[in-house]
Design a protein around this ligand. Structure first.
Ligand code: G
Ligand code: G
Ligand code: MN
Ligand code: NA
Length: 256
């Protein structure tokens, strides 16, 4: 209950920060986008990771204002970085969405407003949905997602392969990107079953004209396996951990 009171205060006092993890084109090493990951800067307890407060935020509905701040701040920051990337392809920014946010009827308008106010082109925004969000989907979910898509934003399935009916989601929802769960990537170099499943997911993505992003790449062996398997994009500690905005600026604009 203390945590809940603290969280309420955190929403009012804006105690949240974003970290940004690069998403890299595996063959060229080029950064094509960023995933925004929220942190709570608690005044006494220091940085609190999302797994320790997002569930409470979802139960209490506080994820709605927190998630809206994340969305608006991620769009603002990405638009600002893209302004400095003269002559380069604009970066995409990926934002994680909770089911509770998707249940808000005005979510598509909130997304539209975040894009408009930031000036970020809609094609640069990726909304990440977990399989658990899709498994418990409501009748309104498909309509909500179609409205977000009609703005021009793209949809990714996070943690792909860990849910109950991953393949069914691909038929039901207008998905653009598959994020291969870290549990497959972890074992891709030394376990034949994990390698076969990973390659199968990549080929499935290709057949459906979807982008594939491998999550949690930590070493060169994993990178090589995934690159050889034609996985397009990846993220993980091998490239960079989630970075503060200052550290990300330095990575994007060295010695600027
Ligand atoms: O950043 P970290 O690796 O600790 O993230 C842990 C989990 O928290 C991930 O599953 C991620 O999807 C989730 N998460 C991070 N930021 C957000 C956010 O802004 N909103 C929601 N709903 N989940 C987030
Ligand atoms: O939204 P999602 O559940 O995919 O969140 C990604 C989470 O994975 C974040 O908490 C991020 O900090 C974490 N992460 C990103 N890259 C790596 C990695 O290479 N290794 C590990 N162990 N965690 C990672
Ligand atoms: Mn994610
Ligand atoms: Na994930």
């Amino acid at each position: 209950l203390q945590l809940e009171a603290d969280l309420r205060r955190a929403v009012v006092r804006h105690e949240f920060e974003l970290r940004y993890q690069p998403i890299v084109h595996l063959r060229t090493g080029e950064i094509t986008g960023l995933e925004a990951l929220v942190r709570w800067q608690h005044p006494e307890r220091g940085i609190i990771p999302p797994l320790d407060f997002i569930p409470l935020a979802e139960e209490t509905g506080m994820i709605v204002p927190i998630g809206e701040w994340v969305l608006r701040e991620a769009c603002r920051q990405a638009a600002q970085w893209n302004l400095r990337r003269v002559g380069e392809k604009p970066l995409t920014v990926s934002v994680n969405l909770s089911a509770v946010q998707l249940d808000q009827a005005d979510l598509p308008q909130r997304v539209a407003s975040a894009l408009e106010d930031s000036g970020l082109p809609a094609e640069c925004l990726v909304i990440e949905l977990t399989e658990s969000l899709l498994v418990d989907h409501r009748p309104s979910t498909l309509h909500q997602l179609e409205q977000i898509k009609s703005l021009g934003a793209r949809l990714a399935i996070d943690d792909f392969g860990t849910g109950y009916s991953s393949l069914a989601y691909l038929r039901r929802f207008p998905v653009d990107i598959i994020k291969i769960d870290k549990s497959f990537v972890d074992d891709v170099g030394d376990e034949p079953t994990a390698a076969a499943l990973t390659l199968g997911i990549i080929q499935l993505g290709q057949a459906l004209h979807l982008s594939t992003i491998a999550e949690g790449i930590e070493d060169l062996e994993q990178l090589n396996e995934l690159t050889d398997g034609n996985c397009e994009l990846g993220q993980g500690y091998y490239f960079a951990e989630p970075l503060t905005d200052d550290d990300m600026s330095e990575l994007l604009f060295p010695a600027a």
